[in-house]
Design a protein around this ligand. Structure first.
Ligand SMILES: *Cc1c(COP(=O)(O)O)cnc(C)c1O
Length: 428
């Protein structure tokens, strides 16, 4: 058998990779010695697609040339610009085009979604989230509960892994829904957990929640562009995601949102409205009678930042050029499993991988802890960064690495393990 842990083997895997050329569509940051970085941080901030830069520049030129007329002229007029992203978003999350919209930022969207879908009553007021939710999600949920006059101590149900375990078991999530479902208004969980990289079973969670009469929404910050989903078919009520992680659209870029079509014509649903959610045929009559669009667009407030949408469009076109999310997922599984194999083979005693092993429970990211007497994860992290790796560190001791199928190579995984091995040897 060939040696997996060799440069030749990694290069052979790259040579067989049907989408290896997509890396050329990105600008890869350089180290001070001129070599490309081993960039494994796309779960935090994705790299820049060349098309994103091009499309942003196109809109700057349109603005310079056309001024206000850019709203209605040119190939991509600004008035309907968000519509140019619908097909790409819909394909990534498994939705109809009218169920998705780009607007605001992620945490803002979670709040706006909760305005519509968290309607607590005296008997049904709880929100189920995870104990180790991303802080922004925790704050959003906690503040919504307080805003409605309830007490987070009673109304916030925090799901924890079992004693001695790192990730949530699907069966334990379903058990909590069974136990609290009758008093729960909303279940809000991640599609992919940011700290451990665990993929949750969104379909069974949604079904279990609906069986108990709860609304079910997902934070897809780490899922969109990482794993394929079927939000429409799974009947998810709502979802929101940022676009600067696996969607490579630049720091703080505009977020995405999904609202299932069965909610589009519900006149009783409360929402915080703005003019961009008004029926577009009569929006400019300015009559102050809000007529919501019959789509996720009804939740829009403002006319969106076009430069940011242009970057997202560049990213979505790059994904399309790579053959779409299923093609990316195929490579992602091969790439991340290769990295896992190398870590297990070369660093078995020194490294723990928190991320579940089964394909259905993991995406691009592996979350690692280092078990070294006298050395902590941060020390190892600093050493690998000094050696050309960009990844990230999360307190207290997790190193997160995410080989991204669009621009990472098998060779990147090989170099990462070599550098990590050197850092660990150096710390012993
Ligand atoms: C990245 C991330 C955020 C960031 O929120 P912003 O509103 O975009 O600043 C929130 N929640 C989760 C789960 C994330 O992974």
């Amino acid at each position: 058998m060939s040696n997996l842990f060799s440069l030749e083997y990694a290069q052979q895997l790259d040579a067989q990779d049907p989408i290896k050329h997509i890396r050329q569509s990105f600008t890869i940051p350089k180290q001070s010695n001129g070599n490309e970085e081993i960039y494994l941080c796309g779960n935090s901030l994705g790299l820049q697609p060349k098309l994103a830069a091009q499309y942003v520049n196109d809109e700057l030129s349109q603005w310079a040339k056309l001024g206000v007329k850019g709203h209605f002229s040119g190939d991509y007029p600004w008035m309907p610009y968000h519509e140019f992203l619908s097909e790409g978003f819909a394909e990534l999350v498994g939705a109809k085009t009218k169920e998705v919209v780009s607007m605001n930022t992620l945490t803002a969207n979670l709040h706006f979604m909760m305005v519509s879908f968290y309607r607590p009553t005296q008997t049904r007021h709880k929100i189920i989230i995870e104990d180790h939710a991303f802080p922004s999600d925790h704050y959003a949920v906690e503040s919504q509960i307080k805003y409605h006059g309830f007490n987070p101590e009673q109304s916030m149900i925090l799901l924890k892994p079992r004693e001695g375990e790192e990730t949530l078991r699907d069966e334990d999530i379903l058990k909590a829904i069974e136990e609290h479902g009758d008093t729960t208004a909303l279940i809000m969980l991640p599609g992919v957990q940011y700290y451990t990289g665990q993929v949750l079973d969104m379909e069974s969670i949604t079904k279990a929640g609906h069986d108990k009469g709860c609304k079910v929404g997902f934070d897809l910050a780490h899922a969109t562009g990482n794993i394929p989903m079927k939000l429409h078919e799974w009947n998810v009520d709502f979802a929101a995601w940022c676009t600067y992680k696996y969607l490579n659209s630049g720091p703080g870029s505009v977020a995405g949102c999904f609202v299932h079509e069965r909610h589009h014509t519900d006149k009783d649903l409360p929402r915080f409205a703005g003019w961009w959610g008004h029926d577009k045929d009569s929006r400019f009559k300015m009559e102050n009678q809000f007529v919501p669009m019959e789509s996720a667009e009804a939740w829009q407030l403002s006319n969106p930042p076009i430069l940011s949408l242009a970057a997202i469009r560049g990213s979505l076109d790059t994904i399309k050029n790579a053959g779409g999310i299923h093609k990316l997922r195929e490579k992602s599984l091969a790439l991340t499993n290769y990295l896992r194999q190398l870590l297990e083979q070369e660093l078995k005693d020194d490294i723990n991988i928190l991320t579940p092993k089964e394909d259905k429970s993991s995406g691009a990211q592996l979350s690692l802890t280092v078990n070294l007497q006298g050395a902590d994860g941060k020390q190892i992290f600093d050493a690998i960064e000094a050696d050309g790796v960009t990844c990230d560190f999360r307190h207290p001791n997790v190193i997160r690495v995410a080989p991204v199928p669009q621009y990472n190579s098998f060779e990147d995984c090989f170099h990462f393990v070599t550098i990590l091995q050197n850092a660990i040897e150096g710390a012993k």
